[in-house]
Design a protein around this ligand. Structure first.
Ligand code: NAD
Length: 462
């Protein structure tokens, strides 16, 4: 993928307002692999009116027409899946098989799900003597992170387009090449000019300008809780709709009746995949005191097996941040049973798969999101204790429950303050609503719930 020296606005690649650029770095070897324009408020001022101008005609298209464009988009993503995987690997550093099986495959599934939903969703309801129309909200300002670069984009743009909204996207500065590739795919799919627009740039510059722009009707943001709080406040002051997908500190609760080895092995894999850069990762493993030592041994072995098979984290700043959390875990008295701060490679932003035992609920590593390959194992006394620990953070994005019997696991899962729970290793479902309780966010993505974020209602009484 060759970097574009421009912004995709109103159906064409246009020069950026300023001559500034952002270097794209491969986290495996720290080499610069491309440069994209650093957009400013001026570029956002070009993109938002383009999206506004395109809105009435796009909103007026039939759901079948929008479904056809989304199906075409999915087909282009399928045709370019190898290039997508290679681009994500180049700028995020994830091993190629993971990029193929997750970073390319999941957005293709999500785009496909919205191609189908756009054609089958009922945009009209009856309620007594009223007809309720579900109408697009308008211009969407989408701001996305780097950890699942294409998935985060598709999870916003596909439902927005299905609803009849138009979009200006500001992707993460670490992974702009994937976003440029996506813009090419939108173009190839025959989506009309102005319906989708891309402005690359820094968060506090281009991102903030987009969130604050009066021409944006809805801000959909995925990223850190700190920035989400700021965006929520800006949107609130302007009485704008907002959707926030934020951080997490999910619990993996292993009840005594569970298959311990399976629960621990899947739990370790869950945390280490994508080098721990998954908002919904089960970074706290909760084990009953009678099984604690066995679980710690199993987890240490499983983490060591990952060795240098995992990729680096995205950049030097993230690496320093994750290492400081490992230092903090040691300083606060947790017991290191795998990994640590020593780098497994001379070059690149690698971190050893790390496991801490003897982690107590109040420790920093049990409370704050680390966003790296670091697992904390906590001991619980009984189910009530496990529940208290699991619910004892400000986050509530995801989680897992393992038990010998599904009914037992479901009963426990229903008491968790979190938006998603995988039962005995349940698989990812691109149709299931994804989003957080508590400070993990506002709103939902994926499936019909994700679509309804981009719709507003109009009731006609007869
Ligand atoms: P981040 O908040 O720093 O950046 C996310 C996006 O916001 C980027 O595009 C960035 O440029 C932009 N941004 C930064 N400052 C901004 C500002 N002042 N105004 C407007 N936009 C701004 O987050 P990150 O480090 O890129 O991503 C990691 C975080 O994202 C983690 O906390 C993770 O949990 C979270 N995340 C959440 C989900 C979810 O669905 N809940 C999914 C993935 C990642």
């Amino acid at each position: 993928m060759k970097a574009h020296d421009g912004m995709y606005i109103d159906g064409a690649w246009r020069p950026a307002a300023s001559g500034e650029g952002i270097d794209v770095v491969n986290p495996v070897d720290e080499q610069v692999i491309g440069r994209v324009p650093a957009g400013t408020a001026v570029d956002v001022d070009h993109a938002v009116p383009a999206a506004r101008a395109a809105f009435p005609a796009w909103a007026a298209t039939s759901p079948t027409e929008r479904a056809a464009r989304l199906a075409a988009l999915r087909d282009v993503l399928v045709a370019r899946k190898d290039e997508i995987a290679e681009t994500v690997t180049a700028e995020l550093g994830s091993p190629l098989p993971f990029s193929q099986n997750v970073h390319a495959a999941v957005p293709i599934a999500v785009a496909g799900s919205y191609a189908e939903l756009a054609g089958t969703y009922s945009f009209e309801e009856k309620a007594g003597n009223s007809t309720v129309y579900l109408e697009p909200v308008g211009v969407v300002g989408a701001i996305t992170p780097w950890n699942y670069p294409l998935h985060q984009i598709v999870a916003k743009v596909a439902p927005a387009l299905a609803a009849g909204c138009t979009v200006v996207l500001k992707p993460a500065e670490d992974t702009p090449l994937t976003a440029q590739l996506f813009a090419e795919a939108v173009h190839e799919a025959g989506v009309p000019a102005g319906v989708f627009n891309l402005v690359t740039g820094l968060g506090p510059v281009a991102g903030q300008a987009l969130a604050e722009h009066p021409g944006v009707d809805l801000v959909s943001f995925t990223g850190s809780t700190a920035v989400g709080r700021q965006i929520g406040a800006t949107a609130g002051a302007a009485i704008k709709k907002v959707a926030l997908e934020l951080g997490g500190k999910s619990a993996n609760v292993i009840l005594p009746s569970a298959d311990l080895a399976k629960a621990v092995n899947v739990g370790v894999a869950n945390v280490m995949s994508n080098s721990g850069q998954t908002c919904s990762a089960w970074t706290r493993m909760l084990v009953h005191r009678d099984q604690y030592e066995e679980a710690v041994g199993l987890a240490a072995t499983a983490a060591a097996k990952y060795g240098d098979r995992i990729g680096p984290v995205v950049n030097a700043k993230q690496r320093a941040r994750v290492l400081s959390y490992i230092d903090k875990g040691l300083a606060e008295g947790a017991r290191l049973v795998a990994g640590g701060t020593e780098s497994p490679h001379e070059q690149g932003y690698f971190i050893s798969p790390t496991v801490f035992a003897e982690v107590t609920p109040e420790m920093t590593i049990a409370q704050e999101e680390i966003f790296g390959p670091v697992l904390s194992i906590l001991r619980y006394e009984d189910e009530e204790d496990a529940l208290r620990i699991a619910n004892g953070t400000v986050y509530g994005l995801a989680g897992a429950v393992w038990a010998g019997d599904e009914t037992e696991a479901v009963a426990f899962a229903r008491r968790l303050e979190t938006g998603q729970v995988d039962i005995n290793g349940g698989r990812f479902n691109p149709l299931a609503p994804f989003g957080g309780y508590k400070q993990s966010g506002v709103g939902r993505e994926l499936g019909t719930h994700g679509l309804s974020e981009y719709l507003q209602t109009k009731s006609l009484q007869f």
